[in-house]
Design a protein around this ligand. Structure first.
Ligand code: AMP
Ligand code: GLY
Length: 420
């Protein structure tokens, strides 16, 4: 088979790595890809948002299956364009992807389908939002409706803070159109869990659970990022909880979407808070998590292509999925300053020595020149390992990291440590 992967992060490098182990696969292409994947895939310089050019490429190259990493092309309708041309694609249509691309759509959908989530209100005018805030119980969470690259969510402790956020989103238009409407919701407390399933629109096969570390600084301090590390399984994971999540969240979501004519084929990622009253949905994503995928994939023993093909074709019957009982971890090495302004172009050293300790290294923001790697983004590298216990996995990862150097390197030193 010829496979095309869209995206350029650590998630996509991990997907390419796993796909390359499939006996069915002859060639892999990545659009636009990254420097780390180049040993496994041919990278093609097309923007991930350029869905027509990507579909033209897939048609000309007779790609058998296309896998979409990031949400942007999905929200722009890449799956619809591929379906129109009879090209096989793993990823939901634009209508189904709305469960991520509009948080208000997602909240109203959950309300309608009785899926547990935080209490909320939506607002289209800053004056209404401010009126609401006068009577609110703090803390509250303020969210932009549309896609904001994981940066559109704010926990506010008092009225002044919340009003300033409302102004920055709705008046100063920090996120452009994505902030035309907002949600103000109840703050949920508990432990977060990322729960991902692969669905063909009717059935859903759960992946092993994971937990990511979203805050930039140790001990979960500072602003949210895309994710600074992950472990799998999530410390909260147990069979009973799995059954509850499938019953109260996943199955009603897949079924509710299908009934609205938004059949969901791809990865549905439920970002959950495990509260004392049970799991509640913080958000849905319509794609693999980054860096959760890097940790999850290390534990997958089965052929990932079978799963993705089954989902894309709507024939995900009884595909047996085998998982490694071991525990995995992933630590993100970033450029100092991320998630805000940061410098790039720094030479990276020590990768071979780090790899010799038995870790997997997935690239994100890197470029290659004369066989040397340089930083080219906020999140740069993902150092990942599998072991019989979490402590060993994390030790292997941090030992490997000690060999890696680049100017302005920054990473969390507490990934794998779990809040009690
Ligand atoms: P979202 O994009 O909606 O998942 O929000 C990003 C992150 O903000 C989540 O992973 C949580 O860490 C946090 N968050 C969002 N909504 C809430 C909430 N209602 N209560 C507590 N934390 C939240
Ligand atoms: N790590 C969080 C996400 O992928 O959205």
């Amino acid at each position: 088979m010829k496979i095309l992967v869209i995206g350029s992060g650590g998630r996509e490098h991990a997907l390419v790595w796993k796909i390359s182990q499939s006996k069915k696969v002859k060639e892999i292409y990545a659009i636009p890809g990254n420097a780390g994947m180049q040993e496994l895939a041919q990278t093609i310089d097309i923007k991930a948002s350029n869905i027509i050019e990507i579909a033209d490429f897939a048609q000309e190259e007779k790609i058998d299956l296309t896998i979409v990493g990031p949400e942007l092309p999905l929200s722009l309708g890449i799956a619809d364009e591929f379906n129109k041309r009879n090209l096989k694609i793993f990823g939901p249509t634009q209508m189904a992807a709305m469960i991520e691309s509009s948080k208000i759509f997602a909240k109203e959908f959950m309300e309608k389908n009785k899926i547990p989530t935080a209490e909320f209100a939506t607002h289209s005018y800053p004056s209404d939002a401010k009126e609401h805030l006068k009577k609110a119980n703090f803390p509250v969470v303020v969210k932009a409706d549309g896609l904001a690259g994981g940066k559109g969510v704010f926990i506010c402790n008092n009225t002044e803070q919340a009003e300033a956020i409302v102004d920055s989103i709705m008046v100063e238009k920090k996120f452009g159109k994505a902030g035309e409407r907002i949600i103000i919701e109840e703050l949920l407390r508990g432990q977060e869990m990322s729960f991902l399933v692969i669905s063909d629109g009717k059935r859903a096969i759960p992946l092993v659970s994971a937990m990511d570390y979203k805050k930039i600084f140790d001990h979960d301090r500072g602003p949210n990022t895309g994710g600074m590390g992950a472990i799998s399984p999530s410390p909260k994971s147990d069979k009973n909880l799995y059954t509850i999540i499938m019953k109260t969240v996943i199955i009603p979501t897949i079924e509710g979407l299908r009934q609205e004519g938004r059949e969901f084929r791809g990865v549905l990622y439920a970002g959950l808070m495990i509260t004392p009253e049970g799991p509640k949905v913080l958000e849905f994503n319509v794609r693999f998590g980054d860096p959760e995928t890097q940790a999850i994939i290390l534990r997958l023993k089965s052929d990932i292509v079978d799963l993705m093909e089954g989902a894309a074709e709507g024939s995900l019957f009884d595909i047996p999925v085998e998982w490694d009982e071991k525990v995995s971890g992933c630590v993100v090495l970033s450029s100092k300053g991320y998630p805000s302004k940061h410098e790039t172009g720094m030479k990276i050293d020590g990768l071979e020595r780090a790899k010799s300790l038995g870790v997997e290294i997935f690239h994100a923001g890197t470029t290659v020149k004369d066989k040397n790697y340089y930083t080219s983004g906020g999140r740069v590298l993902n150092i990942c390992a599998l072991s019989s216990n979490l402590k060993d996995a994390m030790k292997k990862i941090y030992d490997a990291i000690s060999f890696i150097t680049f100017d302005n390197i920054y990473y969390r030193t507490d990934i794998g440590k779990v809040k009690k």
